[in-house]
Design a protein around this ligand. Structure first.
Ligand code: IFM
Length: 468
């Protein structure tokens, strides 16, 4: 038995299917550090985090959780937890610093070593190619609003498939392209911090194109059994009331947050209502013949990141906003219920709603929860324990929702808890802790939180007890 403290299974009431993938997830810029080592050059997040006022406390990912130097320790932690899979991302500027041309061997070696350590520990490596750290040089050349970036991404995908294809069998092209496009180029809350409705729609399209081009490249370069996927942070959006204006507000957000990706990727088309809603911003003439067919490359599964639902009503949002074409028509309302340290409502039903929707709308497409978790204000007590009962309750509730969706016929193949380690939470810096392993950023000491011990038991049992 590899899992921590596994108990005899007498109490499991919600058992998950045999072969269910139990994972944890992280992302390169949030944990690696070593920002200027071994040839890595700045990404848009290095630049953004150094820009005064963009990230809380002026925090940067320069050191982060120092994972670059602690791979062995971090893989050993995962082995203790008993996870079957580990989802990490590759820092594009670490392996192809300018976003063009040949790769840097030391960068590739780092990910080879990580994959090898995981395989030795019996953990499946799951690699994401893009979790928001675009090489700064590509941003200087126009970034995601610029079509060429999609072709650069496909080239990078080919480099990584050649370098890791012999040891990594599960690949994800993009993580949460909605954030990259709409927080990066619309509201400006994320790198590179631009505020252009048109820029955000162009970025979304070029991310879809990049995904399709990269998926095709991966298929061509990887062994036949390799899995290729995409991860979306689908919004569980609810109308405040059944008044037609509120229902229409929810439709608008669904179009610009969900169907803007789902329709091209699974149906090779743009949502007609999105094109109508965004007519004041663009005529979409940047979409060229064949682009949408390219975006619709076949996938082995869809990754879903879910944290909380949104409630919307007719109204207007503040500009600049992440909701191109919808900002004059939609306002966000606080959702009821308890909240995490991010002030996000805790509502596991939103996850169930999404999964049964996808069961109906994408029959035959396997689903994997590639992120789910919660931030709380954790600390190590004087005896070195980190008690996080709210996180345990959150995780229990959301895993129970996944189980309900399975019982309702959703084809869910796995669950990756966000996150393995406390880390750099983007514009919030180190002020928000999502890890099930506490990191003391002054010493880099790792301490298992109670939630880590709880998750290890869930994995060892293959399911949940009635209460956490
Ligand atoms: O930390 C992020 C992650 O990088 C992407 N998904 C949401 C997480 C929590 O905000």
């Amino acid at each position: 038995m590899t899992a921590l403290d596994a108990r005899t299974d007498t109490t499991t009431v919600l058992r998950f299917p045999e072969g269910f993938r139990w994972g944890t997830a992280t992302a390169a810029y949030q944990i690696e550090g070593a920002a200027a080592e071994d040839g890595r050059t700045p990404s848009i997040w290095d630049t953004f985090s150094r820009t005064p006022g963009k990230v809380r406390n002026g925090d940067t990912g320069d050191i982060a959780a120092d994972h670059y130097h602690r791979v062995d320790e971090d893989v050993a932690l995962m082995r203790r937890l008993g996870v079957t899979d580990y989802r990490f991302s590759i820092a594009w500027p670490r392996v192809q610093p300018t976003g063009r041309g040949p790769a840097v061997r030391k960068g590739l070696d780092f990910y080879r070593r990580l994959a090898d350590r995981l395989l030795e520990a019996g953990i499946r490596p799951v690699a994401t190619l893009y979790h928001w750290d675009l090489p700064q040089e590509l941003e200087d050349a126009g970034g995601w609003p610029h079509r060429e970036t999609a072709y650069r991404f496909a080239e990078y995908a080919g480099i990584m498939a050649d370098a890791l294809g012999d040891r990594v069998a599960t690949w994800t092209t993009l993580n949460e392209p909605w954030c990259a496009a709409f927080l990066g180029y619309g509201s400006g809350e994320h790198a590179p911090g631009h505020t252009s409705a048109l820029g955000s729609l162009r970025a979304a399209h070029h991310l879809n194109l990049a995904h399709g081009l990269a998926a095709r490249t991966l298929r061509g370069a990887l062994p036949g059994a390799a899995e290729v996927s995409l991860t979306l942070n689908l919004h569980a959006v609810r109308a405040l009331s059944q008044a037609p204006e509120d229902v229409d507000a929810a439709r608008r957000i669904d179009a610009v947050a969900n169907r803007i990706f789902l329709d091209p990727v699974f149906h090779g088309r743009l949502p007609e209502d999105l094109v109508r809603d965004t007519a004041p911003v663009t005529d979409w003439s940047f979409v060229r013949d064949g682009d949408l067919a390219t975006a619709a490359a076949p996938l082995d599964f869809l990754g879903i990141n879910y944290y909380s639902p949104s409630v919307v009503a007719a109204g207007a949002s503040e500009a600049p906003s992440a909701w191109a074409g919808a900002e004059q028509h939609v306002r966000f309302e606080p959702a009821p219920g308890p909240r995490t340290a991010m002030d996000w409502p805790v509502d596991a039903n939103g996850l169930h709603e999404l999964l049964v929707r996808l069961r109906d709308e994408l029959p035959g497409v396997p689903l994997v929860i590639t992120e789910n978790g919660a931030a709380y204000d954790d600390y190590a007590d004087p005896s070195g324990n980190v008690k996080d009962p709210e996180r345990v309750a959150y995780l229990h509730g959301h895993l129970a929702a996944v189980h309900r969706a399975l019982a309702d016929g959703a084809d869910v193949r796995g669950y990756f808890l966000w996150s393995l380690l406390d880390n750099f939470e983007w514009a919030y810096g180190y002020s928000k802790r999502f890890g099930i392993v506490h990191v003391d950023f002054a010493t880099q000491r790792r301490t298992l939180k109670d939630s880590a011990r709880w998750y290890a038991e869930v994995i060892a049992r293959g399911g949940l007890t009635e209460t956490p």
